[in-house]
Design a protein around this ligand. Structure first.
Ligand SMILES: Nc1ncnc2c1ncn2[C@@H]1O[C@H](COP(=O)(O)OP(=O)(O)OP(=O)(O)O)[C@@H](O)[C@H]1O
Length: 866
């Protein structure tokens, strides 16, 4: 024990309670001079308050000076703050402290110590401060607060918090640390004022209280509340002292004489015992005031003095609050109490802070170490938990990021797959490019062969014609510029998804890298797919007998025939034959390319199917064999019919797979009035007659304005069932436009080979045409979707104003499998013409000849993108 003892005095405060109503007529016997001095029975008071009754004694003025004096108007907090607070602070600093209230019955001891719910006393106010201190210091110190509550009644100790405990077991002991211990007394851990007050109420309920004449709820016992405060530093500074202290708050029983309370029997016995312990208290105080050394202090004369041994004469800061009544009725008790208090002032105590140092208490040191270890373990566990939590969060974040990247990449892939036509376009372009190169090579070689035949003047026109065609092939090649649309789409999607990904919690720069790598992978996969598909497509074309074998063989045989023809006597005949041969050949190529452009199947499976019987090529050349010559001409015609066969096959395949007919095409027309003509074959049995439908909630009427979708369907009943809002408009004679709508007219003027009344459509045999006419003042946002069996979700859009007003732009998807293929563009009527190629009756006549076709193809205003 580190004992730096300080000498201190018992602090004595006197509190005067207010007069009670029944005392109002009695003389006041105390006069408060200031906050320390009191005059008992002052002379001046005798005239104002005449003596009455038997208390007619001659008064004598006494002056007392105390550490603090509180008059009738003093509040509970005045007492607490000024008389007792220093003792509480001392207890929190490790000093034992005792506060006790002394005084005659009914003078305010219980009021001062316990108070009332409205006006709580020292116990409540002290404990509140203690717990405030605990919460303010809990980071640095481990502070535990326990309480016990006992009473000494008739020299017996009663555990007020455990009334069952046999009083005989509650014995007083003094331990080696000079502390008074009550054996078997229950102690309760408390963590807030409410806990304490609950226990106090419980204890007070058990208190021995009986009415006396002086006080209806007179306390017949001494009540002792003890607060055990132990504190140790939390932090590793083990050299810092731990402290233990006890704060005792004692409500003594009334100090009146036994006679004053008119008690008899039990009450008298109580009074005797009360007075015995109070007498003993007085004797102890007297002895303590005696300056003689080593004289005996009779603590052992009563339980109360034994309990208060160190509060009075030892290691304790002690405050005595003497409660007095100002009324003449308590003349003697008040005088005695004041004299008692005055003596107590003289008592000197030796106050020692109860600190425990490491050096002296190795056991405590070990405890500190184990406490610290426990704390470290707890902290480590806590850290572990938080690190684990962090790790989990991190892992979750990573998992989320990776899966989000995967999802986004997959979505980009899916989105790009939605642009089948763009992909197909690229696939198709590459294959077509290769094919064109092959043709070019073939024809250039062939043209070179002709050089050898230069002597034959009559062939010069043909050669010129051939060169013109080679030129056409070259131009076609040039127009097949690299398509970057897929790449543009990829960039567009990847940027917008990247932006979204960056908003994910935990996204870092390394994730950017990962994402971009994944994108590269996706791009490579796509490029590989496109390359592979275009190779397959090219192979299918190249290996197709109808195309490549003929193309590969023709130039050679053709040259040989030219030689034969040129050697004929009749040059005119030779020229006609040569012309027919070349014409047939070029027409074939053009038509094949046309067929490729408009009839390849969807996506990566773009194979030109051929159901035609395998043809055998007759390459045997016999001079003057008309049959042979005719066979070449027939061969030309036969090749002409390839398209039709291809078309038929495609039609069949589209019937097998409904999705094949779900194709997209976009028709973009400028604001100039134009007509889209969709030809309808009335004769073929391969599919039902297409009909025109409107998508409209209400049935369209004549002169209705329509801005919505419309379809041309092969199967009315099926479509009607599936799409109840589609209306067959074929019965509507004329569906007039307003300025901002579309005019759809049923063309009934179906005479073969004639034009309709608007001169806009060139009709063919067996065809019935629908005109879809754009109004003059179509707004830029006006759009509608004509859909045929094979052209679904087509769109008309107006071009921007700076584009040629007379131009029309057709963008057809390479996925088109329609037998309705673009067959021409009528520049006079501004018509785009679609024709069913199943009919064999046009044989390319739509174009007239390659020149005308080339003319059409090379027009700026007809742009066919495939
Ligand atoms: N300062 C005060 N202000 C107002 N009322 C008071 C004051 N002091 C005491 N009283 C009232 O006087 C009455 C008696 O007080 P209290 O019970 O505290 O006396 P006591 O000294 O504890 O008596 P006992 O020794 O018999 O227990 C109570 O009704 C109490 O409310």
């Amino acid at each position: 024990m580190n004992s730096i003892a300080k000498e201190a005095s018992i602090s004595v405060a006197v509190r005067i309670r207010p007069l009670t109503p029944d005392e109002s007529t009695l003389r006041k016997i105390v006069d408060v001079v200031d906050d320390r001095m009191l005059v008992f029975d002052p002379h001046s008071s005798s005239s104002e308050n005449p003596r009455i009754g038997r208390h007619n004694k001659r008064h004598k003025e006494h002056k007392f000076i105390f550490d603090r004096l509180f008059d009738e108007d003093s509040s509970q907090s005045d007492i607490y703050e000024n008389a007792t607070k220093p003792s509480i602070d001392a207890a929190l600093q490790g000093y034992n402290s005792t506060i006790f209230a002394y005084g005659a019955t009914g003078c305010g001891k219980t009021f001062t110590i316990s108070g009332t719910p409205e006006s709580p006393g020292i116990i409540f106010l002290a404990l509140k401060d203690i717990f405030d201190y605990v919460s303010q210091n809990s980071n640095e110190r481990e502070i535990s607060i326990q309480i016990s509550y006992l009473e000494i009644y008739n020299e017996n100790i009663i555990d007020l918090l455990n009334i069952e405990t046999n009083t005989k077991k509650l014995t007083l002991l003094e331990n080696e640390n000079s502390e008074i211990i009550v054996n078997n007394l229950s102690k309760y851990n408390v963590s807030n004022v409410e806990d304490v007050m609950d226990l106090i109420i419980r204890g007070n309920y058990n208190r021995t209280v009986s009415p006396t004449e002086a006080n209806l709820t007179s306390s017949r016992s001494h009540a002792v509340l003890q607060v055990y405060i132990s504190q140790s530093p939390i932090l590793n500074d083990v050299m810092e002292n731990s402290t233990k202290s006890v704060l005792s708050i004692i409500d003594l029983a009334g100090s009146e004489r036994a006679s004053a309370t008119k008690n008899t029997g039990l009450r008298l016995h109580e009074g005797a015992n009360i007075n015995k312990s109070l007498l003993a208290l007085g004797n102890c105080i007297n002895a303590l005031c005696d300056n003689r050394k080593n004289h005996h202090i009779p603590y052992r004369n009563s339980k109360l003095t034994r309990l208060l041994k160190f509060s009075l004469g030892g290691n304790c800061k002690t405050v005595m609050i003497v409660c007095i009544s100002p009324s003449y009725r308590h003349y003697d008790e008040t005088l005695n109490a004041l004299k008692f208090a005055n003596r107590a002032k003289e008592i000197k105590t030796k106050v020692v802070r109860n600190k425990t140092t490491v050096m002296k208490h190795v056991g405590s040191y070990m405890k500190i170490i184990s406490d610290q270890k426990r704390k470290i373990y707890e902290l480590e566990t806590l850290m572990d938990v938080s690190v684990k939590r962090e790790m989990n969060t991190f892992n979750e974040q990573r998992k989320n990021i990776y899966s989000q990247i995967d999802i986004m990449i997959e979505r980009i892939g899916k989105n790009l797959n939605n642009y089948q036509n763009v992909q197909s376009y690229q696939i198709f372009n590459i294959a077509k490019r290769k094919l064109l190169l092959v043709y070019l090579k073939q024809f250039t070689d062939f043209s070179d062969t002709l050089v050898e035949l230069e002597d034959y003047n009559q062939l010069s026109i043909l050669k010129e014609y051939l060169l013109k065609f080679i030129n056409y092939l070259k131009n076609s090649l040039l127009s097949l510029n690299q398509n970057t649309k897929l790449n543009d789409l990829l960039v567009e999607y990847s940027e917008s998804f990247h932006k979204r990904l960056r908003e994910i919690d935990g996204w870092s720069e390394s994730d950017d890298v990962l994402y971009l790598k994944q994108l590269d992978l996706l791009k490579t996969k796509m490029e590989f797919h496109i390359g592979e598909e275009s190779s397959i497509l090219f192979d299918s074309w190249f290996n197709d007998n109808n195309i490549s074998i003929d193309m590969g063989i023709m130039p050679k045989t053709f040259a040989q025939y030219l030689v034969i023809f040129s050697s004929l006597d009749n040059l005119d005949t030779a020229r006609v034959k040569c012309e027919a041969l070349i014409n047939g050949l070029i027409n074939n190529i053009i038509q094949q390319m046309e067929a490729i452009d408009l009839t390849n199947t969807n996506g990566g499976n773009m194979k030109i199917l051929n159901n035609s019987k395998k043809r055998t090529h007759n390459t045997k050349i016999t001079e003057n064999d008309d049959e042979e010559q005719n066979s070449f001409i027939r061969q030309g015609n036969r090749i002409n019919s390839i398209n039709n066969k291809l078309m038929r096959v495609n039609l069949e395949s589209s019937k097998e797979d409904e999705s094949l007919s779900e194709i997209e095409s976009s028709l973009i027309l400028d604001s100039n009035k134009g007509v889209l003509t969709i030809s309808k074959n009335m004769t073929t049995n391969n599919y039902s007659n297409p009909s025109l439908f409107l998508n409209s909630e209400s049935t369209p009427q004549k002169n209705d304005v329509f801005n919505g979708d419309f379809d041309i369907s092969p199967n009315i009943s099926k479509i009607s069932k599936e799409y109840p809002n589609r209306h067959d408009i074929s019965t509507i004679q004329e569906w007039e436009e307003s300025n901002s709508s579309i005019v759809i007219r049923k063309d009934e003027n179906n005479d073969n080979g004639t034009t309709n009344e608007n001169n806009k459509i060139k009709n063919n045999d067996n065809n019935m045409n629908w005109n879809i006419e754009l109004p003059e003042k179509m707004s830029p946002s006006t759009s509608f979707s004509p859909t045929s069996l094979h052209f679904r979700r087509s769109r008309f859009r107006r071009l921007s104003n700076d584009q040629k007003l007379t131009s029309k732009k057709l963008i057809a998807s390479p996925k088109i499998t329609s037998p309705h293929r673009l067959v021409g563009f009528d520049s006079k009527s501004n018509n785009l013409q679609f024709q069913d190629p199943i009919q064999d009756n046009h044989n390319g006549n739509e174009y007239g000849n390659a020149d005308e076709f080339a003319d059409v193809m090379e027009r700026d205003d007809v742009d066919i993108e495939l």
